[in-house]
Design a protein around this ligand. Structure first.
Ligand SMILES: *[C@@H]1O[C@H](CO)[C@@H](O)[C@H](O)[C@H]1NC(C)=O
Ligand SMILES: *[C@@H]1O[C@H](CO)[C@@H](O)[C@H](O)[C@H]1NC(C)=O
Ligand SMILES: *[C@@H]1O[C@H](CO)[C@@H](O)[C@H](O)[C@H]1NC(C)=O
Ligand SMILES: *[C@@H]1O[C@H](CO)[C@@H](O)[C@H](O)[C@H]1NC(C)=O
Ligand SMILES: *[C@@H]1O[C@H](CO)[C@@H](O)[C@H](O)[C@H]1NC(C)=O
Ligand SMILES: *[C@@H]1O[C@H](CO)[C@@H](O)[C@H](O)[C@H]1NC(C)=O
Ligand SMILES: *[C@@H]1O[C@H](CO)[C@@H](O)[C@H](O)[C@H]1NC(C)=O
Ligand SMILES: *[C@@H]1O[C@H](CO)[C@@H](O)[C@H](O)[C@H]1NC(C)=O
Ligand SMILES: *[C@@H]1O[C@H](CO)[C@@H](O)[C@H](O)[C@H]1NC(C)=O
Ligand SMILES: *[C@@H]1O[C@H](CO)[C@@H](O)[C@H](O)[C@H]1NC(C)=O
Ligand SMILES: *[C@@H]1O[C@H](CO)[C@@H](O)[C@H](O)[C@H]1NC(C)=O
Length: 797
């Protein structure tokens, strides 16, 4: 072999080496500003990326995590710690390492899959005069007249016009079609419909809709990287990138209750969401078992052979549907009629019924799908099973609700005059929710009529429209008139003074004039919209607001009986330091609440907090649960006030306020420890309130004197009495101790005390979620013995 050959060989070898694709992933990729025929081909293994001029977006090959050596061509946010993919060629037709992206000299863009088909989405064959692929500052990948913005995958970027396109979740299960409706693709049933079609999102967090509509995200106003994405769970969300946290956070989502998303569980199954986060689980209803031949869904245990020979199992707060075409709505004046109607139809699988006296009766024919459990569903499902079925329903609570959270025409005894026997006969009649529903309807019509006013407001805020059903905006003059120039002061709270008033439509309202409120009009509006969206029987309803000349006023429904503290803590005892919610007008002697009512109050409050935790995103944590914030309706229906307001506060204000408020221990230990505050902090505060309900004393008082001792810790004391000394009687409120009947009340009181102990656990992780707490109180789950609470904590260092 001659030296020349050797030289030539080594020369060739070195060329080969230099052309080998870089093997290490750490190596900086070669960045291109555009890709054309002279830079072709581009192999997946070549470490190259196409960068937008502002370096925000990049495009290139991405290996599919689940299958090795398979790639997609994708676009992602480049200058963030998390490379979030915002566009991609179809993962179901990936290509292997030897498939090149190629632009021919005649201007054809090709990307061949294993079988040699061009998998570039839609025809990007281009035109011979424009032969380069590039990505612009908005993240739009452009090749001649083809642009990725016209072929979105599961994400829409700011400035991208979503009109007329559709996005599909990555798993192919859900679509957001015609930029209006969320659809479960396999059934074409839609589970969420936007009032107006979406158009495009801007970087400030405003989503423009058709006919000048718009909605705004919770962090509206901040200039951030944002994206609208249809996630695999079927929910449409807007994320924004928080640079301080270094992560994407959810600032808007279409569906509030994840379980109402179709297809979350299989046929016949019931979706249940955990109260503390938005995770869901699927369970089979009684009389059903998991379908062995399918990965999801349930099948009936005893097939129904004879329709005559069937019975119904009541599932409270459960809603099923059999699809729009198979649901038969009938008007039934009463339950018997509804049940008989279902029984008459051989293919009726069950029916939904509302106890509101309005005749809601929905027969479900042929099949049962999209089942879910939610306290917001004011219906019970009656599931048809064979008469021989022995399972009993464990979805209960509705009957309690009828008796517990909305009793009307209740009369309570006044404090006993040293007499030990008080007979009481309380008739509980419940016209469930009716008032709630009616006011909802009136409110909606009011909203339509005031359309023009919204326009005005929108103009001043350079925004367009509120989402339908938003809170009403009042002028300062209107509220001044309604409250008689703010003359009737009924309360003074940490967030501001409260006045009683009457609107022109004769609704009685509580008008809260906020102080120390931060942020601009738009921010205030955004918060108020979120608060107003929270509808629950046990939450004080926000009807409207006023934002004018720096004034921030909230208009609430008026709750006549005042706050819980007046009832459970007998007067003349030690006053809470400059109590914020101290009533200005001294009320007449308050009646003593009996055990049943105390139990109802506990349960109602637990459900409302569970609802808040489930329904809201992180920013609506209540963080301030105490007897002063629990108002009692005319029927002693408990209603939580002031929820969500903490968010309106300036941050420093918020911290110092909570310190003051938390003096005397409604605040969980983690407030002092500096640990992250989660929904479990609310659970702690609730536990304290529950214990106070039982004992009738403030957690820092005993026999009328303030316990300043370092050794005094109320939960620990109660724990010892109940679990060590087995002397539950010792902790009961002395005012009604005499009426404590072991047989009738043991169960209620026992559940309240044990649940409170679980809520008061030192470690947030060991406290149950609020959803679980409600179930513990209802008695639908077993309560085991908790650990002893030990942390001594009064809040004021
Ligand atoms: C292709 O791109 C390279 C670098 O981006 C550029 O230098 C070259 O002129 C381009 N060629 C054509 C035909 O556009
Ligand atoms: C390029 O695209 C055009 C139009 O789609 C097509 O007619 C032509 O055959 C393509 N050329 C090559 C080389 O693939
Ligand atoms: C990759 O795909 C090409 C066709 O696009 C095929 O010829 C080749 O055999 C594939 N290689 C592997 C390793 O699968
Ligand atoms: C492309 O270039 C050719 C000449 O090279 C010209 O005749 C033709 O009109 C151009 N087409 C477009 C769409 O610009
Ligand atoms: C989006 O496109 C539609 C038509 O496809 C148009 O009517 C609308 O004005 C566009 N919206 C924006 C914000 O560009
Ligand atoms: C979208 O709109 C088109 C026509 O405007 C209609 O035919 C189609 O059914 C719509 N799709 C959905 C899912 O609503
Ligand atoms: C939600 O809670 C469940 C159980 O409580 C837990 O398994 C799950 O990991 C939680 N999910 C998130 C996102 O925190
Ligand atoms: C169980 O699952 C199989 C497979 O998906 C399905 O064909 C069957 O109808 C299911 N059974 C019931 C009772 O739903
Ligand atoms: C039950 O769910 C269906 C669809 O999921 C819905 O249309 C219906 O309004 C719900 N019924 C009640 C009473 O919430
Ligand atoms: C129940 O309603 C049906 C018709 O809606 C009526 O005929 C029947 O008398 C009612 N039954 C009772 C017990 O009220
Ligand atoms: C009812 O029982 C079933 C089976 O025992 C269980 O999977 C489900 O979680 C229970 N439901 C409730 C609401 O506790």
């Amino acid at each position: 072999m001659s030296t020349t050959t050797i030289l030539l060989l080594s020369f060739l070898f070195s060329i080969l080496l230099s052309n080998l694709p870089p093997s290490s992933a750490q190596q900086q990729p070669l960045t291109l500003s555009s890709f054309n025929s002279s830079t072709s081909p581009w192999l997946p293994t070549q470490n190259r990326i196409l960068l937008s001029p502002n370096s925000v977006f990049a495009a290139g090959f991405k290996a599919i995590p689940t299958s090795q050596n398979h790639y997609t061509f994708s676009i992602w946010y480049h200058d963030l710690s998390i490379n979030e993919i915002v566009w991609s060629t179809n993962e179901n037709t990936p290509f292997n390492a030897s498939a090149p992206l190629f632009i021919t000299t005649s201007g054809n863009l090709t990307l061949n899959d294993i079988s040699g088909h061009n998998v570039w989405p839609s025809s990007a064959s281009g035109n011979p005069n424009s032969t380069s692929l590039s990505i612009n500052n908005d993240g739009n990948l452009i090749f001649s007249t083809w642009q990725s913005f016209n072929f979105p995958t599961d994400t829409i970027l700011p400035t991208q016009n979503i009109s007329g396109t559709q996005i599909i979740s990555k798993n192919g299960k859900y679509s957001f079609s015609n930029s209006t409706r969320l659809v479960l693709i396999s059934s074409t049933d839609s589970y969420w419909v936007a009032g107006k079609a979406f158009q495009s999102l801007d970087k400030f967090g405003r989503m423009a809709q058709d006919s000048a509509g718009a909605f705004i995200t919770s962090d509206f106003g901040a200039t951030r990287y944002r994206r609208l994405k249809l996630d695999n769970d079927g929910n449409l969300k807007i994320y924004s990138f928080d640079t301080d946290l270094g992560q994407w956070i959810i600032v808007w989502k279409a569906v509030q209750e994840s379980c109402t998303i179709f297809g979350t569980c299989g046929p016949n199954a019931i979706c249940i969401s955990d109260g503390s986060n938005s995770s869901t689980s699927c369970v089979c209803p009684p009389g059903f078992k998991p379908n062995r031949t399918a990965i999801e869904g349930c099948e009936i245990k005893i097939p129904m052979t004879n329709p005559e020979n069937t019975k119904f199992l009541q599932l409270d707060y459960v809603n099923y549907t059999s699809g729009p075409s198979q649901t038969k709505r009938i008007d039934a004046n009463n339950f018997t009629f509804c049940q008989a109607s279902c029984k008459r139809e051989p293919n009726c699988r069950g029916f939904g019924f509302k106890y509101d006296g309005k005749g809601y009766c929905a027969l479900q024919l042929e099949k049962l799908v999209y089942g879910y459990w939610s306290p917001g569903t004011e219906t019970a499902m009656f599931l048809r099973v064979d008469s021989s079925e022995k399972d009993v329903s464990n979805f209960s609570g509705m009957t309690q609700l009828l008796e517990t959270t909305c009793p009307v025409k209740i009369s309570l005894p006044l404090p006993p005059e040293e007499s030990n026997t008080t007979t009481r006969n309380i008739a509980i009649v419940c016209t469930l929710f009716a008032a709630e529903l009616i006011s909802g309807v009136i409110f909606f019509w009011g909203f339509l009529k005031r359309y023009i006013k919204y326009r005005e407001m929108a103009q001043t805020l350079s925004l367009e429209l509120l989402p339908a059903g938003g809170p009403k905006r009042f002028t300062y003059a209107e509220l001044k008139a309604a409250t008689g120039d703010f003359s009737n002061l009924i309360g003074r709270g940490g967030f501001g003074d409260v006045y009683k008033g009457e609107l022109t439509d004769h609704r009685v309202v509580a008008v809260k004039v906020l102080k120390h409120v931060t942020g601009g009009d738009a921010e205030f509006w955004a918060e108020v919209t979120i608060i107003a969206r929270m509808h629950h029987l046990n939450l004080v309803r926000l009807w409207g607001f006023c934002a004018e000349k720096g004034k921030r006023i909230l208009v609430y429904e008026y709750v006549p009986n005042g706050s819980l503290d007046k009832y459970i803590f007998s007067q003349g005892k030690v006053k809470i330091s400059e109590s914020e919610s101290e009533m200005v007008i001294s009320p007449p002697p308050t009646p003593v609440l009996d055990w049943n009512i105390r139990y109802r109050i506990g349960l109602g409050v637990a459900r409302a907090i569970a609802y808040l935790h489930e329904e809201c995103l992180e920013w609506v944590l209540h963080c301030d649960i105490k007897p002063e914030n629990i108002l009692l309706g005319g029927d002693f229906c408990p209603k939580i006030s002031d929820f969500g307001l903490a968010k309106l506060r300036k941050k420093e204000e918020r911290v110092s306020m909570s310190r003051i408020r938390g003096t005397r221990g409604y605040m969980a230990p983690e407030w002092v420890g500096g640990d992250p505050i989660t929904s479990k902090a609310d659970v702690y505060s609730f536990g304290m309130v529950l214990l106070e309900l039982v004992t009738g004393t403030r957690n820092f008082e005993m026999q009328g004197s303030v316990m300043e001792s370092e050794d005094w810790y109320f939960p620990r004391w109660a724990f010892d009495k109940v679990f060590k000394e087995f002397r539950v009687e010792d902790i009961l409120d002395s005012q009604i101790k005499h009426s404590y009947d072991n047989r009738a009340h043991f169960n209620l009181v026992d559940r309240m005390v044990k649940t409170a102990m679980w809520c008061l656990q030192d470690q947030p992780e060991t406290r149950p979620s609020m959803g679980k707490v409600a179930k513990m109180l209802e008695g639908t789950v077993e309560i085991t013995e908790p650990n002893k609470p030990t942390i001594f904590f009064l809040g004021d260092e």
